[in-house]
Design a protein. Sequence first.
Lengths: 156, 156
Amino acid sequence: MNCSVAQTLEVIGEWWTPLIIRDLMFGVSRFDDFQSRLGISRNVLTERLARLEEQGIVTREAYQDNPPRYDYRLTEKGADLWRVMEMMRQWGDRWAAPEGSPVELVHRTCGNIAHAELICSECGEALRQREITVAEGPGAGTTSALPEWLRERRSS
Amino acid sequence: MNCSVAQTLEVIGEWWTPLIIRDLMFGVSRFDDFQSRLGISRNVLTERLARLEEQGIVTREAYQDNPPRYDYRLTEKGADLWRVMEMMRQWGDRWAAPEGSPVELVHRTCGNIAHAELICSECGEALRQREITVAEGPGAGTTSALPEWLRERRSS
Protein backbone atom coordinates (compact mmCIF):
# COMPACT_ATOMS: atom_id res chain seq x y z
CA MET A 1 0.00 0.00 0.00
CA ASN A 2 1.41 3.30 -1.08
CA CYS A 3 0.91 5.27 2.11
CA SER A 4 3.37 7.01 4.40
CA VAL A 5 1.19 6.37 7.44
CA ALA A 6 1.41 2.65 6.71
CA GLN A 7 5.19 2.99 6.30
CA THR A 8 5.47 4.65 9.69
CA LEU A 9 3.31 1.89 11.14
CA GLU A 10 5.89 -0.60 9.92
CA VAL A 11 8.13 1.00 12.52
CA ILE A 12 5.85 1.99 15.39
CA GLY A 13 2.96 -0.40 14.78
CA GLU A 14 4.15 -3.14 17.10
CA TRP A 15 2.98 -2.98 20.67
CA TRP A 16 5.77 -1.72 22.97
CA THR A 17 7.82 -0.23 20.19
CA PRO A 18 6.59 3.37 20.65
CA LEU A 19 7.30 3.03 24.37
CA ILE A 20 10.80 1.75 23.66
CA ILE A 21 11.29 4.76 21.38
CA ARG A 22 9.91 7.05 24.08
CA ASP A 23 12.42 5.62 26.55
CA LEU A 24 15.25 5.99 24.04
CA MET A 25 14.25 9.66 23.71
CA PHE A 26 14.45 9.94 27.49
CA GLY A 27 18.02 8.64 27.30
CA VAL A 28 17.39 5.07 28.45
CA SER A 29 19.96 2.92 26.63
CA ARG A 30 20.38 -0.43 28.36
CA PHE A 31 18.47 -3.64 27.93
CA ASP A 32 17.84 -4.19 31.62
CA ASP A 33 16.57 -0.63 32.03
CA PHE A 34 14.05 -0.95 29.19
CA GLN A 35 13.04 -4.29 30.59
CA SER A 36 12.41 -3.13 34.13
CA ARG A 37 10.75 0.13 33.08
CA LEU A 38 8.36 -1.53 30.63
CA GLY A 39 7.87 -4.81 32.46
CA ILE A 40 7.92 -6.82 29.25
CA SER A 41 9.46 -10.21 28.63
CA ARG A 42 13.10 -10.35 27.61
CA ASN A 43 12.15 -12.26 24.48
CA VAL A 44 9.76 -9.59 23.28
CA LEU A 45 12.23 -6.82 24.09
CA THR A 46 15.04 -8.62 22.27
CA GLU A 47 12.83 -9.07 19.25
CA ARG A 48 11.68 -5.43 19.22
CA LEU A 49 15.21 -4.03 19.56
CA ALA A 50 16.51 -6.31 16.80
CA ARG A 51 13.72 -5.16 14.52
CA LEU A 52 14.43 -1.50 15.29
CA GLU A 53 18.09 -2.05 14.49
CA GLU A 54 17.18 -3.77 11.22
CA GLN A 55 14.94 -0.81 10.32
CA GLY A 56 17.71 1.69 11.00
CA ILE A 57 15.97 3.23 14.00
CA VAL A 58 18.51 2.24 16.66
CA THR A 59 22.18 1.43 16.71
CA ARG A 60 23.91 -0.44 19.45
CA GLU A 61 27.39 -0.13 20.77
CA ALA A 62 29.08 -2.59 23.10
CA TYR A 63 29.95 -1.17 26.50
CA GLN A 64 31.11 -4.54 27.85
CA ASP A 65 32.58 -7.59 26.10
CA ASN A 66 32.12 -10.55 28.36
CA PRO A 67 29.24 -11.12 28.50
CA PRO A 68 28.45 -8.75 25.60
CA ARG A 69 26.30 -5.78 26.64
CA TYR A 70 25.14 -2.88 24.52
CA ASP A 71 24.00 0.69 24.71
CA TYR A 72 21.09 1.35 22.37
CA ARG A 73 20.73 4.79 20.81
CA LEU A 74 18.37 6.33 18.29
CA THR A 75 19.74 7.02 14.84
CA GLU A 76 18.83 10.28 13.08
CA LYS A 77 15.93 8.42 11.46
CA GLY A 78 14.77 7.19 14.85
CA ALA A 79 15.18 10.52 16.61
CA ASP A 80 13.11 12.09 13.85
CA LEU A 81 10.07 10.25 15.26
CA TRP A 82 9.93 12.86 18.03
CA ARG A 83 7.16 14.77 16.25
CA VAL A 84 4.97 11.68 16.15
CA MET A 85 5.69 11.06 19.82
CA GLU A 86 4.92 14.67 20.78
CA MET A 87 1.55 14.49 19.01
CA MET A 88 0.79 11.21 20.78
CA ARG A 89 1.71 12.86 24.07
CA GLN A 90 -0.60 15.80 23.37
CA TRP A 91 -3.53 13.65 22.35
CA GLY A 92 -3.17 11.46 25.43
CA ASP A 93 -2.91 14.56 27.60
CA ARG A 94 -6.08 15.98 26.12
CA TRP A 95 -8.22 12.86 26.14
CA ALA A 96 -6.82 10.51 28.73
CA ALA A 97 -5.07 12.47 31.46
CA PRO A 98 -7.78 13.56 33.94
CA GLU A 99 -5.14 14.41 36.56
CA GLY A 100 -3.26 16.64 34.16
CA SER A 101 -0.24 16.09 32.00
CA PRO A 102 2.09 13.37 33.35
CA VAL A 103 4.98 14.68 31.27
CA GLU A 104 5.43 18.21 30.02
CA LEU A 105 7.53 19.57 27.24
CA VAL A 106 10.05 22.25 28.13
CA HIS A 107 11.32 24.50 25.37
CA ARG A 108 14.84 25.21 26.51
CA THR A 109 15.27 28.13 24.15
CA CYS A 110 12.58 30.18 25.89
CA GLY A 111 12.54 28.28 29.18
CA ASN A 112 8.80 27.71 29.19
CA ILE A 113 6.60 24.69 29.62
CA ALA A 114 5.14 24.51 26.15
CA HIS A 115 3.55 22.33 23.58
CA ALA A 116 4.02 22.05 19.86
CA GLU A 117 1.55 23.93 17.73
CA LEU A 118 1.09 23.18 14.05
CA ILE A 119 1.38 25.89 11.46
CA CYS A 120 1.20 25.78 7.69
CA SER A 121 4.66 25.59 6.10
CA GLU A 122 3.49 27.93 3.33
CA CYS A 123 1.42 30.69 4.91
CA GLY A 124 2.44 30.33 8.54
CA GLU A 125 -1.12 30.32 9.85
CA ALA A 126 -2.23 27.86 12.52
CA LEU A 127 -3.42 24.63 10.90
CA ARG A 128 -6.96 23.58 11.69
CA GLN A 129 -8.30 20.27 10.58
CA ARG A 130 -11.33 21.69 8.86
CA GLU A 131 -9.08 23.81 6.68
CA ILE A 132 -6.98 21.00 5.31
CA THR A 133 -7.53 18.34 2.75
CA VAL A 134 -5.33 15.89 0.89
CA ALA A 135 -4.35 15.27 -2.70
CA GLU A 136 -2.30 12.74 -4.60
CA GLY A 137 1.39 13.46 -4.54
CA PRO A 138 4.14 12.55 -7.00
CA GLY A 139 4.67 9.20 -5.24
CA ALA A 140 1.03 8.13 -5.46
CA GLY A 141 1.76 5.69 -8.26
CA THR A 142 -0.97 3.34 -9.29
CA THR A 143 -1.82 2.14 -5.80
CA SER A 144 -2.74 5.42 -4.18
CA ALA A 145 -4.20 5.10 -0.71
CA LEU A 146 -6.66 7.88 -1.53
CA PRO A 147 -10.28 7.10 -2.24
CA GLU A 148 -11.59 8.13 -5.65
CA TRP A 149 -13.16 11.31 -4.37
CA LEU A 150 -9.82 12.67 -3.16
CA ARG A 151 -7.73 11.82 -6.18
CA GLU A 152 -7.41 15.23 -7.71
CA ARG A 153 -3.71 15.50 -8.27
CA ARG A 154 -2.12 18.75 -7.15
CA SER A 155 1.54 18.31 -7.98
CA SER A 156 3.66 16.16 -10.24
CA MET B 1 1.80 3.43 33.45
CA ASN B 2 1.24 7.13 33.77
CA CYS B 3 2.11 8.20 30.27
CA SER B 4 0.08 9.94 27.60
CA VAL B 5 1.96 8.17 24.82
CA ALA B 6 0.88 4.85 26.32
CA GLN B 7 -2.70 6.15 26.54
CA THR B 8 -2.66 7.07 22.87
CA LEU B 9 -1.25 3.63 22.10
CA GLU B 10 -4.32 2.15 23.74
CA VAL B 11 -6.18 3.64 20.80
CA ILE B 12 -3.80 3.44 17.85
CA GLY B 13 -1.53 0.62 19.03
CA GLU B 14 -3.38 -2.20 17.33
CA TRP B 15 -2.33 -3.09 13.83
CA TRP B 16 -4.79 -1.73 11.25
CA THR B 17 -6.36 0.78 13.58
CA PRO B 18 -4.33 3.79 12.39
CA LEU B 19 -5.17 2.85 8.81
CA ILE B 20 -8.86 2.62 9.70
CA ILE B 21 -8.58 6.08 11.26
CA ARG B 22 -6.76 7.35 8.17
CA ASP B 23 -9.61 6.05 6.02
CA LEU B 24 -12.21 7.62 8.31
CA MET B 25 -10.37 10.92 7.88
CA PHE B 26 -10.59 10.42 4.10
CA GLY B 27 -14.36 10.07 4.48
CA VAL B 28 -14.64 6.30 4.14
CA SER B 29 -17.58 5.25 6.31
CA ARG B 30 -18.81 1.79 5.34
CA PHE B 31 -17.70 -1.61 6.48
CA ASP B 32 -17.32 -3.05 3.00
CA ASP B 33 -15.26 -0.08 1.87
CA PHE B 34 -12.83 -0.37 4.78
CA GLN B 35 -12.66 -4.06 4.16
CA SER B 36 -11.87 -3.87 0.48
CA ARG B 37 -9.46 -0.93 0.86
CA LEU B 38 -7.47 -2.57 3.65
CA GLY B 39 -7.82 -6.17 2.58
CA ILE B 40 -8.25 -7.38 6.14
CA SER B 41 -10.51 -10.10 7.42
CA ARG B 42 -14.07 -9.16 8.35
CA ASN B 43 -13.50 -10.51 11.84
CA VAL B 44 -10.52 -8.29 12.51
CA LEU B 45 -12.30 -5.26 11.06
CA THR B 46 -15.40 -5.91 13.16
CA GLU B 47 -13.27 -6.21 16.25
CA ARG B 48 -11.30 -3.03 15.52
CA LEU B 49 -14.41 -0.95 14.81
CA ALA B 50 -16.15 -2.21 17.95
CA ARG B 51 -13.10 -1.30 20.00
CA LEU B 52 -12.94 2.18 18.46
CA GLU B 53 -16.60 2.69 19.28
CA GLU B 54 -16.04 1.54 22.85
CA GLN B 55 -13.16 4.00 23.17
CA GLY B 56 -15.28 6.88 21.91
CA ILE B 57 -13.29 7.30 18.69
CA VAL B 58 -16.06 6.40 16.25
CA THR B 59 -19.83 6.48 16.27
CA ARG B 60 -22.02 4.53 13.94
CA GLU B 61 -25.37 5.38 12.48
CA ALA B 62 -27.65 2.95 10.68
CA TYR B 63 -28.26 3.76 7.04
CA GLN B 64 -30.21 0.55 6.43
CA ASP B 65 -32.28 -1.61 8.74
CA ASN B 66 -32.62 -5.01 7.18
CA PRO B 67 -29.96 -6.26 7.24
CA PRO B 68 -28.55 -3.58 9.58
CA ARG B 69 -25.77 -1.52 8.00
CA TYR B 70 -23.92 1.42 9.46
CA ASP B 71 -21.97 4.49 8.55
CA TYR B 72 -18.94 4.94 10.77
CA ARG B 73 -17.72 8.45 11.57
CA LEU B 74 -15.00 9.89 13.75
CA THR B 75 -16.07 11.61 16.95
CA GLU B 76 -14.38 14.84 18.00
CA LYS B 77 -11.98 12.74 20.07
CA GLY B 78 -11.24 10.58 17.04
CA ALA B 79 -10.88 13.47 14.61
CA ASP B 80 -8.41 15.04 17.02
CA LEU B 81 -5.94 12.29 16.11
CA TRP B 82 -5.26 14.13 12.84
CA ARG B 83 -2.08 15.67 14.25
CA VAL B 84 -0.67 12.24 15.07
CA MET B 85 -1.61 11.03 11.59
CA GLU B 86 -0.05 14.07 9.92
CA MET B 87 3.22 13.50 11.75
CA MET B 88 3.15 9.82 10.75
CA ARG B 89 2.56 10.90 7.16
CA GLN B 90 5.51 13.30 7.27
CA TRP B 91 7.88 10.80 8.81
CA GLY B 92 6.93 8.14 6.25
CA ASP B 93 7.36 10.68 3.47
CA ARG B 94 10.80 11.60 4.71
CA TRP B 95 12.16 8.13 5.38
CA ALA B 96 10.18 5.67 3.34
CA ALA B 97 8.89 7.36 0.20
CA PRO B 98 11.70 7.24 -2.36
CA GLU B 99 9.27 8.09 -5.18
CA GLY B 100 8.02 11.19 -3.36
CA SER B 101 5.01 11.82 -1.21
CA PRO B 102 2.07 9.51 -2.03
CA VAL B 103 -0.37 11.87 -0.34
CA GLU B 104 0.07 15.58 0.12
CA LEU B 105 -1.57 17.97 2.48
CA VAL B 106 -3.42 20.91 0.98
CA HIS B 107 -4.05 23.94 3.16
CA ARG B 108 -7.33 25.20 1.83
CA THR B 109 -6.97 28.57 3.49
CA CYS B 110 -3.93 29.51 1.43
CA GLY B 111 -4.42 27.01 -1.37
CA ASN B 112 -0.93 25.57 -1.19
CA ILE B 113 0.47 22.09 -0.90
CA ALA B 114 1.93 22.32 2.56
CA HIS B 115 3.04 20.42 5.59
CA ALA B 116 2.62 21.05 9.26
CA GLU B 117 5.52 22.72 11.01
CA LEU B 118 5.88 22.66 14.76
CA ILE B 119 6.30 25.86 16.71
CA CYS B 120 6.55 26.54 20.43
CA SER B 121 3.19 27.50 21.93
CA GLU B 122 4.95 30.04 24.16
CA CYS B 123 7.56 31.83 22.09
CA GLY B 124 6.39 30.96 18.59
CA GLU B 125 9.81 29.82 17.41
CA ALA B 126 10.25 26.65 15.35
CA LEU B 127 10.68 23.67 17.66
CA ARG B 128 13.83 21.66 17.21
CA GLN B 129 14.38 18.44 19.01
CA ARG B 130 17.71 19.42 20.48
CA GLU B 131 16.11 22.44 22.11
CA ILE B 132 13.41 20.57 23.98
CA THR B 133 13.38 18.46 27.07
CA VAL B 134 10.72 17.05 29.34
CA ALA B 135 9.70 17.47 32.96
CA GLU B 136 7.16 15.96 35.29
CA GLY B 137 3.75 17.49 34.98
CA PRO B 138 0.93 17.81 37.51
CA GLY B 139 -0.41 14.38 36.52
CA ALA B 140 2.88 12.56 37.04
CA GLY B 141 1.66 11.01 40.27
CA THR B 142 3.81 8.35 41.86
CA THR B 143 4.26 6.27 38.73
CA SER B 144 5.88 8.81 36.47
CA ALA B 145 7.12 7.44 33.19
CA LEU B 146 10.17 9.67 33.45
CA PRO B 147 13.54 8.22 34.39
CA GLU B 148 15.13 9.62 37.54
CA TRP B 149 17.38 12.00 35.63
CA LEU B 150 14.41 13.82 34.10
CA ARG B 151 12.25 14.14 37.18
CA GLU B 152 12.81 17.78 37.91
CA ARG B 153 9.27 19.03 38.30
CA ARG B 154 8.49 22.27 36.50
CA SER B 155 4.86 22.90 37.31
CA SER B 156 2.37 21.88 39.96
